[in-house]
Design a protein around this ligand. Sequence first.
Ligand SMILES: Nc1ncnc2c1ncn2[C@@H]1O[C@H](COP(=O)(O)OP(=O)(O)OP(=O)(O)O)[C@@H](O)[C@H]1O
Ligand SMILES: [Mg+2]
Length: 252
Amino acid sequence: MTVTTEMPTAPLMEVRDVAVHFGGVKAVDGISMKLEPGAIYGVLGPNGSGKSTLLGAMTRLTPMTRGAFVFEGTDYTRKPARAVHRMGIARTFQTVRLLEDRSVRDNVLLGVDAVGRSQRKEAAAQVSDVLERLGILEIEALRPDELSYGMQRRVEFARAIISRPRLLLLDEPTAGMNSAEREEIGGLMRQLLAEGITQFIVEHDVQMMVDTCDRLYAMNFGKLIAEGTPTEVVRHPAVQEAYLGKGAGQHA
Ligand SMILES: Nc1ncnc2c1ncn2[C@@H]1O[C@H](COP(=O)(O)OP(=O)(O)OP(=O)(O)O)[C@@H](O)[C@H]1O
Ligand SMILES: [Mg+2]
């Protein structure tokens, strides 16, 4: 008789007591998280609560004050940002960062840089597919300054997924988009999830987060104030107070 033992699933990503202080500003102040593979995680929080700083630290672009990051069992706390990208963590930025004098296709190809040399050809061959998925194949020869803001965001998204990351960090991916475009991006996130890309999203649009995410975190003043299912987090008194109550009017 054979006995099958289920392997406990290791977390994809562990954030251990991470802090990022800018002088006296405790932008991130002791955050711990465990992200399991195969889910979409969302982070809510008022302006200035430390969401983007956390993403910056997770990608090692923003120097941290203390704490550790472990991805697929590897502690990468002291690795440079480029190495973290190569490990399989990609991101988009809150403010679009594209090379202005390069075409849409060239900008997306920059993301290929993150994959190992042996897989680069393969990744490059998929550029047209990725451009098509994001609805930007027809505009591949244009430069970013010829595109609407929503289209620029799609180019960033394409650049992030071309390397086939295992963890994708998205900082307000639908900012500046209309509701139809938001739904489209939400659909794309679910599709990417089905393809094995775990996602960690910062967004102010609460409805979209509830519809799209499997689990939510809420931050305020650099700390986690709630975590759980989207419904639990949105109803949490601390979240109501911090994010949905007095701060609701100030979000774009
Ligand atoms: N490079 C920096 N130097 C100094 N202070 C910074 C720096 N980056 C962020 N901060 C401060 O850290 C705090 C958190 O900022 P952060 O951008 O992470 O917030 P956020 O939650 O992403 O806000 P938003 O929703 O407006 O994007 C703010 O008080 C901000 O002013
Ligand atoms: Mg931000």
